[in-house]
Design a protein around this ligand. Sequence first.
Ligand SMILES: NC(=O)c1ccc[n+]([C@@H]2O[C@H](COP(=O)([O-])OP(=O)(O)OC[C@H]3O[C@@H](n4cnc5c(N)ncnc54)[C@H](OP(=O)(O)O)[C@@H]3O)[C@@H](O)[C@H]2O)c1
Length: 264
Amino acid sequence: MKIICQSESKHAAALVTGATSGIGREIARLLRSRGYDLIITGRDEDELMRLSAELGHGHTTAVSADLSSEKECFELYKAVRSYPVMILVNSAGFGVYGEFSEVSLRKELDMINVDIRAVHILMKLFLRDFIKRDRGYILNVSSAAAFMPGPFMSGYYASKSYVLRQSEAVSEELRRRRSRVSISILCPGPVRTDFNRRAGVSSGFKGITAQKAAKAGVNGMFAHRLVIVPGAGMRLVTALSGMLPVRLVTAVNYSVQAMKKRNQ
Ligand SMILES: NC(=O)c1ccc[n+]([C@@H]2O[C@H](COP(=O)([O-])OP(=O)(O)OC[C@H]3O[C@@H](n4cnc5c(N)ncnc54)[C@H](OP(=O)(O)O)[C@@H]3O)[C@@H](O)[C@H]2O)c1
C-alpha cells in the first residue's frame, strides 16, 4: 500500500475501490460532481495520479493498494480512517474465464481475495464506523451474474452471489436496528469496460456504458435502493432466472458463456 497523493480537505469523503478503470472510475467522477471529496484506490499508480489531477488534487487522496492482499486491505482502512468517510464503494473486481478443472487456481484465489475477501473486510470495518455515527452509504458492485450459476466463470458468478446475499442480509440487520446506514448492491449485466480483456475473453454482447452503470448505482444508492439492476432487459433476465428451474438457467448460461472467445 502506498499513499500517492493526499488532500488536506476534511469534507465528507467517498472511498472508491477500483477507481482506476471502468465503473469505479465513473462512480468517482459522479460523486466528485456531487461535491464529495474522494479517496480513490487501485494498483495503477499512473492512473491514480492522472485521475486525482482530473478530480482536483485539493479534493482527492489517492492510495495504491493490492486488494488481493488481506494486509493491504487493513492498511488501506488505517490510512484513510482519519478522513470523514461517509460513502464506501466496493467496485474493484475481476473475473477468470475457463472450465473450473482447467483455470489457474492462483488466479482464482486472487479473484476470491479481491471479489469476496476485500469487500467483506472493507464493508465490516467501515460499517462499524458508520453505525457509530448512524450515517453512511455502502455501494457494493456485484453483478447480474449473482442471480445464477455461471459455467466457464463459476467462481466469479459465485463470488458475486456472495456479495449480493451478504449485503442483503446485513441490510436487513440494519433495518431492524433502525439504522440510518444504507447498503445498496449494483448488479449490472455486461458493461463496456476493461473487464473482458482482464478476464481474457471477447464477448459478442455490446453491454451498457460504464457511465450508465455508474449513474444507476449512484442514483440508486442515494435513493436507498437495495438491489440496483440497470436496464429493463437485464431486470427481466434476473427476475426470470429466479423463477425458472436452476438447471435450465444453468444450461442456457452454459451456451451463452461458451460463445465467448478466449483471447490469445
Ligand atoms: N464490465 C462488466 O461487464 C461488469 C458487469 C457486472 C459487474 N461488473 C463488476 O464491476 C466491477 C468493476 O469492474 P469493471 O467492469 O469496471 O472492470 P475494469 O475496468 O477491469 O476495472 C476493474 C477495477 O478493479 C481494480 N482491481 C482489480 N484487481 C485489483 C487488485 N488486486 N487490487 C486492487 N484493485 C484491483 C482495477 O484497478 P487496478 O488495475 O489499478 O488495480 C480496476 O480499477 C467489478 O467488481 C466487476 O466484477 C462488471
